[in-house]
Write a protein that binds this ligand. Structure first.
Ligand code: ZN
Length: 489
């Protein structure tokens, strides 16, 4: 049955007219009495039925329009450091064409058989190359959308299928003109020793909200908040430097996330997530490293793209695969993947041990899975599920800034203690460790004039409560010069 026939049937049904095909054939003799005449039974009834007909016809008109035209219902804009993403909500999969015009710069998007049913007026265009969005009908049946641009951009567009949050979508990406961007300044360390670089990847973002939190909110917001807290802690720590893979509410492809870590020469990649499950009782935090199977298939993939592998594992001081034969390249890559994987498991265990202090753990050991973001052959990588955002208790905690801070601190402590044990050789931390000046925590501390309990707790990275409990101190916080404090682990 075509959509239009269906609509006609529904309208006819509302007017109490039985459709001819609905008439049972065996009552053929009485069939003329079964079909009510269109307007019967006096003037008032006629007027009422006329009214119903008018309403029916209006509904028919709207429904026919919907059936004929696809509707552009809404638009969202996500701005990331190098591109602007426009996402149009459409009533169905649409056909579209786009082309660029210059002087002045414009991008034209023609959508076949479409109408705009929403509005473009609420969009925040600040800090984007878009100055204005215009639209109008084209060829009687199509919709033309024109983006007036302040600069040259390149563009890509594609359709997205419905997911849990949105329906069909038309996505248009505008990539910033690279020449406009200043080249990143490479920081030179005169002594040749460098900071340890930790890439922090806040899961999801933009059009991908991640899991939906119990009581409202999204995983993408929690992951970014914890990532920023972690970056803050690392930026204050001598010998460490954070790199935030995602800095705002926009989506980054999974492979691009590991690429950003590699471009920044990261020593560790930490992807932050929060679990979601249909059963609200599920709870607990977990840490993942790449599975052996995922590592094996990834090694194969890298070898299949040898040029790719050469710049990824290569670079200064790295292993260059470009000039090796396939067998040797395979062995080297496999070695790199294996040592990276064992490092990932070690750092994952440290983080897990620290997280156990602030949250119930879903599993007591590091789990292994084939997550794409964990597939760098040369950077130890872990993925942290900070708890179940679908669990009422954990959702409340994950959305609170105090718990986000505590979670970041646990991850920070875990990563730091691993790097203190195994610092990369050319780093400041490695140098301090060799000189014996690395600030390792003593088991005792003698109080000096001017010391306060909170400063001592801060210095040794422990909570005031732990410090007081270990030394059976009263709530008065009184200490005296010369007093010996036990520093708990
Ligand atoms: Zn996630």
């Amino acid at each position: 049955m075509s959509q239009r026939t269906g609509i006609v049937r529904r309208v006819l049904a509302r007017l109490s007219i039985r459709h001819r095909t609905a008439t049972p054939t065996r009552k053929r003799a009485a069939s003329c009495r079964e079909v009510e005449p269109l307007f019967s039974g006096g003037r008032r009834r006629f007027v009422r039925q006329l009214g119903i007909l008018a309403v029916g016809l209006a509904a028919l008109k709207v429904q026919v329009a919907e059936a004929v035209y696809k509707l552009i219902k809404n638009v969202r804009l996500w701005r990331s450091p190098d591109k602007t993403r426009l996402v149009f909500d459409v009533s169905d999969a649409v056909e579209h064409h786009k082309f660029h015009l210059s002087n002045p710069s414009r991008l034209v998007i023609d959508v076949d058989g479409a109408r705009l049913s929403g509005s473009f007026s609420g969009l925040q265009l600040k800090d984007t190359p878009i100055q204005k969005i215009r639209h109008g009908p084209r060829n009687k049946s199509d919709l033309r959308i024109v983006l007036d641009l302040s600069e040259k951009v390149s563009s890509e567009s594609f359709l997205l299928k419905p997911n849990a949050t949105y329906g069909h979508r038309l996505v248009v990406d505008l990539f910033d003109d690279k020449s406009r961007k200043p080249q990143p300044v490479v920081r030179q360390k005169p002594a040749g020793y460098r900071d340890i670089i930790v890439a922090i990847d806040a899961g999801h973002g933009g059009e991908d909200p991640g899991a939906i939190a119990y009581g409202g909110g999204y995983e993408k917001q929690v992951t970014l908040a914890i990532a920023k807290e972690l970056a803050n802690l690392l930026s204050k720590e001598k010998g460490f430097r954070p790199v935030l893979v995602r800095t705002g509410d926009y989506y980054i492809d999974l492979r691009r996330r590991t690429q950003i870590a590699r471009d920044n020469k990261a020593d560790l990649f930490i992807s932050i997530h929060a679990d979601g499950f249909k059963d609200h009782r599920a709870n607990g935090a977990s840490v993942y490293a790449l599975s052996r199977r995922g590592a094996t298939s990834e090694t194969a993939r890298w070898l299949a793209q040898k040029e790719n592998a050469s710049d990824q594992i290569g670079g200064e001081g790295g292993i260059s695969l470009g000039d090796k034969d396939d067998v040797l390249a395979g062995v080297l890559l496999d070695l790199s993947m294996t040592s990276t994987l064992s490092s990932s498991l070690e750092v994952g265990n440290k983080v897990l041990a620290n997280m156990g202090g602030i949250n119930r753990l879903h599993k007591k050991q590091v789990e292994q899975a084939g997550f794409v973001v964990l597939k760098s052959p040369d950077i130890p990588s872990i993925l942290i599920e900070t708890g179940f955002i679908t669990n009422p208790g954990e959702a409340r905690k994950l959305k609170s800034s105090s718990h986000q801070k505590a979670m970041a601190k646990a991850i920070f402590n875990g990563a730091k203690s691993w790097f203190y044990k195994k610092p990369p050789p050319d780093t400041l931390v490695a140098k301090w460790k060799q000189e014996g000046t690395l600030n390792t925590r003593p088991s005792r501390y003698v109080i000096k004039p001017g010391d306060t309990l909170s400063e001592i707790a801060d210095q040794f990275d422990i909570s005031m409560n732990d410090l007081k409990r270990a030394n059976r101190l009263s709530s008065a916080n009184t200490i005296r010069v010369g007093q010996v404090l036990q520093i708990p682990d």
